[in-house]
Design a protein around this ligand. Structure first.
Ligand code: AMP
Length: 300
């Protein structure tokens, strides 16, 4: 794991990267630079805990991954890609990867702390969200994905488990484990959770950044209804329903939201509502808290 990419110093603005900017006192991070706080959660390959930089008390989330487990699962390449991509993205709705360091057995990722935890847990705890909350999340994600797509990054795995919540409840895209730099050569990998898979990935066809639009439609449905649209007793049934775009809207779902979701859940990727129009959709505009400046996008 020695070849993890260097984080871009120009992107660093917080106390976590200050030392990297000053070459005179450049010294890599070690665990001794941090005070370790309470556990925040457990992942497949390690743990996440709250931490504080001793130097300036800057609060972060520290993800500790075990090299042996990553190597055993053959995921070194994927992790390297995840670190490389996330370290280069800087957007208020994308979880910041500030820095990383290694010791002989572990990889430490210094991440932005998301105080309100996973969107998935919120859904489990409180059930479906209201229109205001859902439309705001759609707006935030559309802006963050516009930023990613402009940088030729496709996320491919937008779902509640991969979305964290900031202090004000703003969404933070957190897991870039499946994301890819979209080169001109498009890929055909089966990835992601079945419920969120777009038809072109189920069929193993080539795909592009429009897979993220499909996921946005599935997410909007799940946030408002409490379960994803193609959920079925078996995986083969889920796949069949995805390929037929077999969506039924419960009568309780507002008409504007139904219109929004049905414009994203299109079999043909080219027919899905583009991100710029997601921001302009009447249901989104009527219900989102309008965290983006009116008529403007944050993403560039
Ligand atoms: P992960 O290994 O990324 O799946 O993370 C495991 C758990 O730790 C998640 O389910 C979250 O509840 C929590 N977690 C991960 N990253 C953060 C973060 N940056 N801020 C707050 N909680 C986090």
């Amino acid at each position: 794991m020695e070849g993890l990419p260097r984080a871009p110093s120009s992107a660093w603005a917080s106390g976590v990267e200050g030392r990297r900017l000053d070459v005179r006192c450049w010294k890599p991070f070690t665990i001794n630079d941090l005070e370790i706080g309470r556990p925040l959660g457990k992942g497949r390959f390690g743990n996440v805990c709250l931490a504080r930089l001793k130097e300036n008390h800057f609060i972060v989330a520290l993800k500790v991954l075990f090299k042996s487990q990553i190597e055993k699962a053959g995921l070194e390449h994927q992790l390297r890609r995840e670190v490389e991509i996330q370290a280069h993205l800087r957007h208020p709705n994308i979880l910041h990867l500030y820095n990383y360091f290694l010791d002989p057995g572990r990889i430490y990722l210094i991440l932005e702390y998301a105080p309100r935890g996973e969107l998935y847990n919120l859904l489990q705890r409180s059930g479906p969200l209201d229109e205001q909350r859902t439309a705001t999340i759609m707006e935030e994600l559309a802006d963050a994905l516009t930023y990613c797509h402009n940088k030729k990054v496709i996320h491919r795995d937008i779902k509640p488990e991969n979305l964290l919540l900031g202090l004000m409840g703003e969404v933070k895209i957190a897991d870039f484990g499946w994301s890819v730099h979209a080169p001109s050569l498009r890929r055909q990998t089966m990835c992601g959770t079945l419920d969120y898979l777009p038809p072109e990935i189920v069929e193993g066809r080539t795909y592009n950044e429009k897979v993220d639009l499909w996921c946005l439609g599935v997410l909007c449905y799940e946030l408002l209804v409490g379960r994803p649209p193609f959920e079925s007793p078996s995986q083969s049934e889920t796949q069949r329903r995805i390929l037929k775009v077999d969506v039924t809207f419960p009568p309780s779902m507002p008409e504007g939201a139904q219109d929004f979701v049905s414009k994203l859940l299109r079999y043909q990727p080219s027919e899905r509502l583009p991100l710029a129009q997601v921001l302009e959709h009447p249901w989104v505009k009527a219900h989102s808290w309008g965290v983006l400046p009116p008529g403007a996008q944050k993403a560039s």
